[in-house]
Design a protein around this ligand. Sequence first.
Ligand SMILES: C[S@@+](CC[C@H](N)C(=O)[O-])C[C@H]1O[C@@H](n2cnc3c(N)ncnc32)[C@H](O)[C@@H]1O
Length: 233
Amino acid sequence: MKGARRLRKLLEALALFGLDPENLPEPGPVPEGGWGQLAHVIRTDEPLRTEPADLQRFHDYLWQAGAAAARELWEQLKPDGPLLDLGGGAGAYSAAFPGEATVVDMPEVLKLSKTQAKLLALNILNTSEYPNEQGVVLLANVLHLFGESDCAAIVRKATAALKRGGILVVKDLDSATPQGVLFALNMALFTKDGDVHDPQTVRSWMLESGLGEPRRLRLQTSPESLVLVGRKP
Ligand SMILES: C[S@@+](CC[C@H](N)C(=O)[O-])C[C@H]1O[C@@H](n2cnc3c(N)ncnc32)[C@H](O)[C@@H]1O
């Protein structure tokens, strides 16, 4: 049914708050954009567009919000580079990486990069392969933008880009947390097929790509995160 997936994300968010339909709070003013457009987006099954002016603000936020988690991630993993940071944005994770790093993203986003890392303009969906012989490939807060078949293809190409013994790190929101449920509703509003994918699905993409059994890391600085690390045999 048209819009069914988006409607389900709304219902999951309502269930999260345990809203009683008989006892709803007084509604406030409906915002013009964003969640104020939920009914329209569900009806048309067309996501909202983001304005270019938002891009700088969004990446400034990610740069700050990611700094502590990025430091903790690399402290725990003590990785061997080089790092390929797919959809790396402003580069919070590359900036904290202890070694050579390359941020891959769209050209308009790389202009906003704040790191000393190398920059590579590449559409990770349309490219048949990524630069290879990587020690680490990172997908931080990227897979939620895409549907399942695109994610499986991205993970496959990410694994192919690793040298033997290299690791793929997938970091995203944990779908079992309240933050994950609300973020999935955001993805239903703003993306064509994006979602907060559940850990078992992410694990299956990693195993199918040829990685060993992924292990889960817990980040004290980001308890709502799912972090899975798989090593290439
Ligand atoms: C939520 S941001 C995450 C940025 C960074 N990894 C972080 O955690 O701070 C997702 C990033 O993926 C990039 N991205 C989305 N689609 C892409 C594509 N097809 N090719 C390359 N990058 C893409 C976006 O431009 C954005 O910078």
